[in-house]
Structure formats: C-alpha cells, structure tokens
Design a protein around this ligand. Structure first.
Ligand code: G3P
Ligand code: CA
Length: 314
C-alpha cells in the first residue's frame, strides 16, 4: 500500500493552495494517518469480541473496543427493505430465533428477533442472561453509536444477492464522512464487489479476502472464487492484479487444522506492496507464529488474547 489513491492525491495537492479549507486538510491528514497506521500491526475484532458475546451485537462490539481492538469487523447483508444489516450468515437460524434468509425479511422483522440466546447455549462458559435481549443491528445503528471514534472493517457479504449493496454502503460511508476521516476498511471475497467500491471511491482501503481449500484431488489448494491460484503457484503478476484495486489480502491460515499459507506467501505479498491480514486466529501460539512471519494484522474472536501476545513481543 505504498501509493496514495488518486482522490487523496488530489486532495493533498490542494494542501498547497491558499484557498484550502482547514477541515479538508484535517480530513486528508486523517486518511493519511489511517494509511500509516495500517503499516503497523492491526487487531481486528472478528464480529466484535465474538468469542465472549453474541457476534455482531452491542455486547460483542463494546467488549472488543474495551479490549483495545483497532477495528470492529462487520459482515453486512441487506434486508428486504434495503437496509444494511450486520450479520454473518445468509440465513437467520444459527444466530437468531428466526428462519429463512436475511434478504426475505424487513428490518422490522429482523429487529424483532432474539440475536443472543443462541450464544448462551453454544458457549455456556461465557453465558450471560443479558444476552437474551440482544438484537440485530444495522450499519446505521453502529455508526450512530460509535461515529468516527472507531474504525470499521466492513465485509460485503453475498454481493450477488444484493447488487445495490456497494452503492448503498459507499453512500453511507461518505455521508457519515467515514472515508476521509480514515475510519473504514472494506473487505470482500468478491473481486467484483471490491472493484465496484474502488470505482465508487478510490480512497477506501480495500482488502481482498481469500479462502484456500483442497480441490477435487484432495491435495492441491484452490482459492474459492479463483482470485489466485494455489499459494504454491502464486506469481507476482497474480498479486499485482489484486494490487490494482486493493491494499492487501486477507487469507485463511488453516483448512481443517492444516496451514494453507506460509511465511513465503506473506513475504511475496509484501514484495508486491500488499498488506496481509489473516483470519481467524484465536490461539495464542498461532498468533505468535503469524506475528513472526510478519503479518500486518489478525482477525480474532478474542482481541484480549491478541493484545496479550502483542504485549509479550514488546
Ligand atoms: O472477514 C474475514 C473473515 O471474517 C472471513 O470469513 O466467514 O468469518 O466472514 P467469515
Ligand atoms: Ca467476515
């Protein structure tokens, strides 16, 4: 991520102008500060502190921020009435008492669901009666609560289901001044989604997610949507094609407990000017190994564990 995006470059060029408004200069500084911060290691709270509280609820987000996470990770779907909703799955069954697809329900219907009781059953060691009142949240809710005081790491989920998602998301981020204030990263497994966002606003830092798993032969790793070949066969040209629109890559580390990337993958991505943010790491020994390999950030359900590991390394 060594190059400044065109729109930011234009804004910085204006810094020499005597007619530049002070607020514009402050915004350019804020976006540049975010880009500098991204060169340092980032703690990304995966669905909030979702190891300790029901994912994508106030409980998980507030805990993540209290633990000192650098970014709140949000997975975004759309309701039937076009609202941006923070939820991971396409369907409601796993994390609510609802049924069917998110996109088949209005926001009012989604807001009526219990989004926390499932956690108490799945994770009795961290259960809390209060979680039974947890509700699904919209992106509006989250931004209304935290504003520009927090950085958001937003994933566009299932963009083929919601062709209008990119436009709605960028419009919201711009309306809330979250791009120029350096408060947002957008990530996706969909190359098309990221390219559309890049076209809409080239200042938004983007991360291309990658999912490696064995192909039909049960051995050779394949990337889910074909964004890259197997990690063993990635060329600089493959990484450069991603660097045309994105600032980094977000690969899985493990498939069924076995590593799918190694130190060489990270080195090669860096050589091609790409950040590497690896998901989803909850084990301290794995965090230490990936830190040794030079990753630029980790997604974790347990931000406090990652902060502990970082403190050890200081
Ligand atoms: O966004 C990084 C990681 O969260 C991708 O996997 O399935 O947890 O959204 P998933
Ligand atoms: Ca995600």
């Amino acid at each position: 991520m060594s190059t400044l995006r065109p729109a930011l470059s234009s804004m910085l060029a204006l810094l020499g102008s005597t007619t530049l408004l002070p607020s514009m200069a402050a915004q350019a500084d804020a976006l540049e500060q975010q880009r500098q911060d991204l060169q340092n290691f980032q703690v990304i709270a995966h669905r909030g502190a979702s190891g300790y509280a029901p994912e994508h609820t106030w409980y998980a987000y507030d805990k993540a921020l209290a633990m000192g996470a650098d970014y709140l990770e949000l997975d975004i779907h759309m309701s039937a009435d076009g609202r941006l909703v923070a939820i991971h799955d396409t369907t409601l069954e796993r994390t609510t008492d609802g049924h069917g697809s998110v996109k088949e329900h209005s926001l009012d219907e989604l807001k009526a669901l219990d989004a926390g009781s499932w956690f108490n059953q799945a994770h009795p060691e961290y259960a809390d009666d209060a979680y039974a009142d947890a509700k699904l949240l919209t992106l509006d809710d989250v931004i209304d609560r935290y504003g520009q005081d927090v950085r958001y790491y937003i994933e566009t989920k299932s963009p083929k289901d919601y062709p209008e998602l990119q436009d709605a998301l960028v419009s919201k981020l711009e309306a809330e001044d979250l791009v120029q204030s350096g408060a947002v990263v957008v990530q996706s497994f969909s190359q098309a989604s990221l390219q559309e966002i890049h076209d809409l606003n080239p200042d938004i830092p983007l991360i291309q997610l990658l999912w490696y798993s064995p192909g039909e032969d049960g051995k050779t790793l394949e990337e889910w949507t074909g964004v890259t070949p197997s990690p063993a066969n990635i060329t600089d040209a493959d990484f450069q094609a991603i660097a045309d629109y994105a600032d980094g890559v977000g690969p899985n580390y493990l498939y069924e407990g076995e590593p799918v990337i190694d130190a060489r993958f990270i080195e090669q991505a860096h050589a091609n000017d790409l950040l590497v943010h690896v998901y989803t790491i909850n084990d301290k020994d794995r965090m230490r190994r990936l830190l040794d390999w030079g990753v630029d950030g980790l997604f974790t359900n347990f931000p406090d564990r990652l902060k502990d590991v970082l403190a050890e390394a200081e």
